[in-house]
Design a protein around this ligand. Structure first.
Ligand SMILES: [Zn+2]
Ligand SMILES: [Zn+2]
Length: 273
């Protein structure tokens, strides 16, 4: 029973396949469940139709509608679940509240793609940035995000590394931030939240899951109960890709089960690879 709990349909500004195409790809990969988690960046909702990432007031209700229709259409073949990737909820609590009011979700991923009043880590010029300071601010915001009550799993913990390595060619020393990362894990554990293993990094310059096994192991050591697994697919051909490697990381880190969220309730699925 393999589940992909982090995927984007064409209701995300940077993705191109319809929900139906994503579902057909999941069925061809023999997946048990697919959760559509389209982007909604809390600080940008207020810009409405002028937002560079599209109008979330239209995109997210459409994502929920397409996903609900697909759940009926593929019933018996694939479990299709309604998710959301809620970006930067602590930067704009009104925006986050609005995102959550668009409809009923099964699963909310919380993520941080950029710091307040800064561009997404994707766009930054790392040759002119104090990378340690940037990461300190990033993990500080993740600590605050971990305390945010309305999400189920914390997405791609080491997201900035993907772009730091790509643009600067060097791997920052994360040991400087280990206390802060421990703090994030302790908050997640205290609040019964999950940590995501995002496998998209396996196919990028990073070459590891986000986070890598050392962090997944540490989360387990500190008492972490729930992990979720996602490809972060932005097109149908990436659905399911790398999930078995992600499960291997979870297993090596000491997990015997991973979680699939339905109506925000974690269903524990044995890792039998
Ligand atoms: Zn993301
Ligand atoms: Zn994503």
């Amino acid at each position: 029973m393999i589940c992909d709990s982090h995927t984007h349909s064409d209701n995300s500004f940077d993705a191109k396949s319809s929900v139906e195409e994503m579902c057909r790809a999941a069925i061809s990969q023999d997946l048990y469940a697919l959760t559509i988690t389209d982007h909604c960046e809390a600080p940008f909702i207020r810009f409405g139709a002028d937002c560079e990432f599209g109008c979330f007031d239209e995109l997210i209700p459409k994502s929920l509608e397409d996903t609900t229709r697909a759940a009926e259409q593929f019933s018996g073949k694939l479990k299709v679940l309604r998710g959301l990737e809620l970006g930067e909820p602590v930067q704009d609590s009104d925006g986050a509240e609005r995102a959550l009011s668009y409809g009923e979700y099964d699963f909310i991923l919380a993520s941080v793609h950029g710091l307040k009043n800064m561009l997404d880590f994707y766009y930054l010029d790392y040759t002119h940035i104090d990378i340690d300071d940037l990461l300190k601010k990033y993990f500080t915001e993740l600590c605050e995000t971990a305390e945010y009550p309305h999400f189920d799993s914390l997405a791609h913990l080491t997201y900035p590394l993907r772009y730091i390595i790509l643009r600067s060619g060097r791997m920052p020393d994360l040991s400087k931030h280990s206390d802060m990362i421990d703090e994030i894990f302790k908050i997640l554990i205290k609040n019964n939240k999950a940590l995501e293993i995002n496998v998209s990094g396996l196919f990028k310059e990073l070459k590891t899951t986000m986070p890598d096994i050392s962090f997944v192991r540490r989360f387990k050591e500190l008492g972490g109960k729930y992990i979720t697994l996602g490809t972060d697919a932005h097109s149908a051909d990436a659905v399911g890709k790398g999930l078995v490697q992600g499960l291997a990381v979870a297993k090596e880190a000491g997990f015997t089960h991973y979680a699939l969220y339905e109506n925000h309730i974690p269903q524990l699925i044995p890792i039998d690879i």
